[in-house]
Design a protein around this ligand. Sequence first.
Ligand code: AMP
Length: 357
Amino acid sequence: MLFSELPLANPLQRAVRAVGYETPTPIQERSIPSLLEGRDLLGIAQTGTGKTAAFALPILQRLLDSGKFRAPKTCRALILLPTRELAIQVEECFKQYAQFTAISTACIFGGVNDASQKRNLVRGVDVLVATPGRLLDLIGQKAVSLKALEFFVLDEADRMLDMGFIHDIRKVVALLPQVRQNLFFSATMPDDITKLAATILRPDPVRVEVAPQSTPIERIRQELYRIDKRRKGALLKELLLAHPEMKKVLVFSRTKHGADKITRVLEKAGVKCAAIHGNKSQNRRQEALGNFKSEKIRVLVATDIAARGIDVDDVSHVFNYDLPDVPETFVHRIGRTARAGKDGIAISFCSPDEEQD
Ligand code: AMP
């Protein structure tokens, strides 16, 4: 199937061509037609599968079709998701796909001053991408209302529950109009997520489950160093100094404090690096990410939550400075390398207290 065969309006077809997509990914092929018919959707998929376009394109099409117009301080579609990085990225996708339409977008998230976010909402927006805390905050301030909402997307539901957003999600859902189209995405479906989905989706939603778009795990060379915890910083430094081919290196740390410590060790050794985690301001995080993408810095140290959803090409090496607790996180981390057909190397540091049978 080609995008041109999907019943999407010309401005959307043009945008898809402009971003260089030709064939829909499996989740897009299986979701878009049903979403265009107005069905609810339960999508079991993670970042990297093309899920953003799978929900953004049909929502944009239906916004164009519905003949309604945004009213002041309201939104017509709400995308609720866990982190600022993901919010920025998802809004960016909507902007790209809507570039030849008059559809407006806005993005709101915590950790930054809310003045410009409020200004963007004054005249109302078609698509609002938001993290839950700041959304509820701005609703409380009467800067935005959900009463005119037509489309609701909950993205990365499992991650949101992990991050303790369940009460905020319930509060938001209680504010939504009864009649609406719902899309619910989660990488995994444990019981609590299934229950949550049932409270949001109308009965009999379309269910689409896709495996992560072949993160070619076979192409990732994995190395393991068994090492004392206190020696990890020195080993990382030694490896980076000895191997100039480690050009674009992502280091995962379990804690924010750990991430800062690692950058201090590397900076002292003259390795250009930066850390991204929840205690860094939004601007600092975006700057670090930009510098990493453009290779002004060689090493980006990240916590799992901060790194979630970040899309960086050509990562040559991923270091698991600390081992994550769950296998999914491990796969997600090392999947940041060996993208787009390239090879990649994942190096894990394992201290005796991290070893399990
Ligand atoms: P996502 O899972 O939405 O984060 O998308 C992962 C990446 O795939 C993004 O960089 C998208 O721009 C890209 N992408 C999404 N759909 C397609 C497509 N049909 N063809 C090529 N690339 C795509």
